[in-house]
Design a protein around this ligand. Sequence first.
Ligand code: AN7
Length: 344
Amino acid sequence: MPTPLIDRYRDRLSLEAGDPVVTLNEGSTPLIEASRLSERLGVRAYLKLEGANPTGSFKDRGMTVAVSRAKGRGAEAVICASTGNTAASAAAYAARAGLRGAVIVPEGKIAIGKLAQALMHGARVVALQGNFDDALRIVRDLAGKHPIELVNSVNPYRIEGQKTAAFEVVEELGEAPGALAIPVGNAGNVTAYWRGFQEGGAAPVLYGFQAEGAAPLVHGAPVAEPETVASAIRIGNPARWEEAMAAFTASRGRVAAVSDEQILDAYRWLAANEGVFCEPASAASVAGLLAHGMPVLEDAAPPESVVCVLTGHGLKDPDTALSKAPAVVNCENDLSAVERAVFE
Ligand code: AN7
């Protein structure tokens, strides 16, 4: 059974001594070799399956730490803005901790599985007539006015928890990977990985990928109306902008954009060829490598391995999956009809 992330790494997190451990046994996610992807990329490729976390995304790593600290300081409620996964995770850990939870999501723009999670865990779910960036601005103001703990990745404990994924990658490989590919939305996760690698004395080249219609870091300016099929990263003004750009520069990597079509191609390809069903936003990491390769600065050797972070589970967003998948084969209740349906 996996050990709670806080128990594994407590001395490297900034929790207070008396803080409780609010946990669902997150972290310790599989790192698997991807032979077909390796073949396509011409480099040893691994997938870090963050969808294997308790609520189905990497957000649980940060949430266990943020909610433990919130509980430790006596908070009674937590709040976040979210494109879906943060909402699901915050709602689950709030329920676990016995805290009230409120989540503000862009109306009609979050995947149905995430909505079901937030509601089932008993959070107050507010659908905002605006986008994620509007929601984040509002919750920051609310958290300043009311005694409620903000658990977006502007909360430092979220980054602390999420950096543990980098620790796991290095432990599992026995060394740092040559490169890491990661989808970028609010830019908290890439910031956290870089911190984790740095603390572990590692410095892989970071390749970050944004969706073309929501690529402020690539354009160097906020996007007022971000659009992409990858609803998790439909973000136009990332909170961790400067830190993420500093991480790309320090790692001698870069941030680039991928189209929705490239994202969906990688999404289907991974499911059909590696047996790994991730959500569309997660597939941006693989789509980016397939589209852009792994460019390095002039004097640098090309990386010999790459870890692709698959941030969330494919079951989160069945609507997108079904709209892109082949049709089911309907069939009469009859042996020969089934025979035809299966073998023709
Ligand atoms: C599957 O849930 O921002 O760059 O509110 O759900 O750290 O924001 C989700 C982000 C990548 C981007 N993959 O990570 C939210 C939210 C998935 C995600 C990202 C998200 P960041």
